[in-house]
Design a binder for this molecule. Structure first.
Ligand SMILES: Cc1cc2nc3c(=O)[nH]c(=O)nc-3n(C[C@H](O)[C@H](O)[C@H](O)COP(=O)(O)OP(=O)(O)OC[C@H]3O[C@@H](n4cnc5c(N)ncnc54)[C@H](O)[C@@H]3O)c2cc1C
Length: 251
């Protein structure tokens, strides 16, 4: 239950993980599970600053969220883009920000969590997914265009002193902007993925039991095989409530 970054290192130091990686850091292999620490997914994001210079409130902050399908999304699939608009905030004296955050909800890109050494005091090496898959750049760029439309709506313009930034018309320039400016919203999942068979990269079964073990369970966001089309906190709680009941009822 140590989370998407914390659970794989505990398993790997205990000898449960990809055999070649464990060998490279001198950990004896107990269960060769290639999925441990693989499949790291998050919500990559870029943002538009709407150019707001007006008054701000300190609290409560209201957030508007809209999810929708990109042109690349399969019909019947969950939404793969989100526009997230927190109300204007003051970053510091004189700096007001009203942003539209564009989140890629169903990224293809994947990263990893690996050990630096067998020493538990060494933090893991986290290789974020970023937008290494070209399709993720294209979908996030499409989301950015939708955010530009919203930022240029008269309802927003009448509140904002400056034009939205960045102003990007050229598609190649937009792809470069996405690659350079994307950052990780830490809705991280996937590094101890749930699935029926470890042959497919799964780490835990439907109860959270680690494949190849008998009494070892993982219950946290790391077991989500793909990142949800929304924020991850409540799904994690739902998983924990459901599995704690089921595991508690085991003989
Ligand atoms: C800055 C930030 C903002 C976020 N904002 C939102 C949001 O607005 N809405 C939303 O839905 N989600 C949000 N999330 C994501 C959400 O917090 C996670 O999806 C959720 O907390 C995952 O729960 P978890 O139990 O898997 O992991 P965690 O909540 O990370 O819990 C893991 C626990 O294990 C402990 N741990 C780790 N390693 C060890 C170890 N070796 N020994 C003992 N204990 C250990 C950690 O200290 C931690 O307490 C945010 C995440 C971050 C980082």
């Amino acid at each position: 239950c140590a989370g998407t970054y914390g659970t794989p290192p505990i398993l790997m130091r205990s000898g449960i993980g990809p055999a070649d990686h464990l060998g490279s850091v001198g950990v004896p292999v107990r269960v060769d599970l290639r999925g441990v620490g693989a499949n790291l997914a998050d919500h990559p994001e870029v943002e538009i600053n709407c150019g707001y210079r007006g008054a701000v409130r300190s609290a409560p902050l209201l957030h508007s969220v809209a999810t929708f399908h990109s042109s690349a999304a399969a019909s019947g699939s969950p939404p793969d883009l989100m526009l997230w608009m927190p109300e204007p905030v003051a970053l510091d004296e004189g700096t007001r920000v009203f942003e539209i955050d564009v989140l890629l909800l169903k990224p293809r890109s994947r990263g990893t969590v690996r050990l630096r050494s067998a020493d538990p005091a060494d933090p893991p090496r986290i290789d974020l997914p970023n937008v290494r898959e070209a399709v993720d750049v294209d979908v996030l760029a499409e989301g950015f265009r939708r955010a530009q439309e919203v930022a240029n709506r008269p309802e927003i313009r009448r509140l904002c002193a400056d034009p939205p930034s960045p102003q990007i018309a050229d598609d190649d320039e937009l792809r470069r902007f996405v690659r350079t400016n994307v950052y990780s919203i830490p809705h991280v999942v996937g590094t101890c993925s749930m699935g029926p068979s470890s042959d497919d990269g799964a780490v835990v079964d439907a109860l959270g039991r680690v494949h190849g073990t008998e009494h070892l369970f993982v219950v946290d966001a790391s077991m989500m095989p793909t990142v949800p089309s929304g924020f991850t906190h409540i799904p994690t709680i739902m998983i924990a409530e459901r599995l704690s009941e089921q595991i508690g009822a085991l003989p």
